[in-house]
Design a protein around this ligand. Structure first.
Ligand SMILES: Cc1ncc(COP(=O)(O)O)c(C=O)c1O
Length: 381
């Protein structure tokens, strides 16, 4: 279970009365998580990854809250995200992980966005653009996704001419298996990153080093270098999946009960008639479904909560609706209008993800647009 956060809060405001489902995002918990990570990595610095709309939680609210807390460096994936973030935070350092697509170099420079250069080709284009803005170099130590493969790093060590005139801020790499503390890839990637950055240094190519994501931070100080790059831990995901979650919970998702059906004679529930209701049963139907990012794979596997009462999801998840068995719950607690926690203090995002056969990242980034969103805190205290 995650530690405290996303405070218990009844749905009483008039806006909530009209809301089929309410998504509460605790900005103070995000700020507290960032501060916890800062303390953990000091004297290294801590940035914030806010790509994909701050992992689905709303970059326009999350990034200013983090900035007000003292975070000065942000990572996004794409140019458009960088431009949007620049409008929100005129004075922040903004790094764009995917680097520039051909022809977008001037847009990067105009918005003072720092491109992560992932290939010799991106490097050449950035150089040819004549931008005096700084850039980052991504060394691929094991993802085989983006970044310079070892043979290209070796080419640069032998002949650094392609880097002439470039103002390199960060040398970065990304861990493939950081969430598995004992995985041999972690030590191998760290060893290679240290070796390659040392060889680049002998060739006169330097920069601040940036390596660890959320889980990487918890693998130990050797991977902290100058700057760390957490995302999911800020948003309450557990960066140490084999141990209790040290992060505060950020998200609470409450779906309202639309209707409660009493079933007295044997019947089935939902599409495909997959769930037989045999004895006397009460089924509460909640206003959220797979169109809202509550995955269909949770059918028969999700657990909701009414207060402390556990209620299993039964039958298939529909586009807009999910059905829970509330037979054992006092009727006064599950009348139409009452809320079921779909994600909450007792069923945090990682548990929901595990039940769905996915990861917290996917649950968060898929959170639907139909939820009424409430933000708590965010004053930068
Ligand atoms: C290159 C890079 N750095 C950092 C992060 C942040 O990782 P996490 O959310 O696991 O902290 C990501 C996330 O996908 C990433 O792609």
């Amino acid at each position: 279970m995650a530690t405290a956060g996303c405070r218990d809060r009844p749905m009483t405001e008039s806006l909530d009365r009209a809301a089929p489902a309410v998504l509460t995002i605790d900005l103070d918990a995000i700020a507290a998580n960032w501060r916890l990570l800062c303390d953990r990595v000091a004297p290294a610095a801590c940035a914030a990854v806010v790509k994909a709309d701050a992992y689905g939680l709303g970059m326009d609210r999350v990034a200013p809250a983090l900035r007000a807390t003292g975070c000065g460096t942000f990572f996004v994936a794409q140019l458009e995200e960088g431009l949007a973030l620049r409008r929100l935070l005129p004075d922040a350092d903004i790094h764009v992980l995917n680097g520039p697509l051909a022809g977008t170099e001037a847009a990067f420079a105009a918005a003072r966005l720092v491109p992560v250069l992932n290939s010799l080709e991106q490097m050449a284009r950035w150089r040819e653009s004549g931008s005096s803005g700084s850039c980052d170099l991504h060394l691929d130590t094991g993802m085989s996704r983006l970044g310079l493969p070892p043979e290209d790093v070796a080419t640069l060590v032998a002949d650094p001419t392609p880097l002439d005139g470039l103002d390199i801020d960060l040398l970065m790499s990304h861990l493939a298996c950081a969430d598995e503390a004992g995985h041999p890839m972690n030590a191998n990637q760290l060893r290679d990153f240290e070796a390659w950055t040392a060889r680049l240094a002998t060739a006169g190519i330097g920069g601040r080093r940036c390596f660890a994501n959320s889980s990487g931070i918890f693998l130990g100080a050797a991977g902290h270098f100058d700057l760390t790059r957490p995302g999911i831990a800020l948003y309450g995901g557990n960066p140490t999946p084999e141990s209790p979650n040290p992060m505060a919970q950020v998200v609470r998702l409450q779906g309202k009960i639309l209707q409660v059906r009493r079933i007295d004679s044997p019947q089935t529930v939902g599409y495909g008639a997959t769930h037989p209701a045999c004895g006397p049963t009460r089924i509460a139907t909640v206003a959220a479904g797979y169109a809202d990012g509550y995955p269909r794979s949770l059918g028969g596997r999700a657990t909701g909560f009414i207060g402390d009462h556990r209620v299993p999801a039964v039958g298939r998840i529909s586009m807009d609706l999910t059905t829970f068995d509330v037979t054992d719950i006092p009727e006064t607690l599950c009348r139409p209008g009452a809320a079921i926690d779909l994600i909450g203090p007792r069923n945090p995002v990682d548990d929901v993800a595990a039940a769905a056969g996915t990861i917290g990242y996917e649950i968060l980034t898929a959170l639907g647009r139909r939820y009424h969103r409430h933000y708590l805190g965010g004053s930068g205290r």
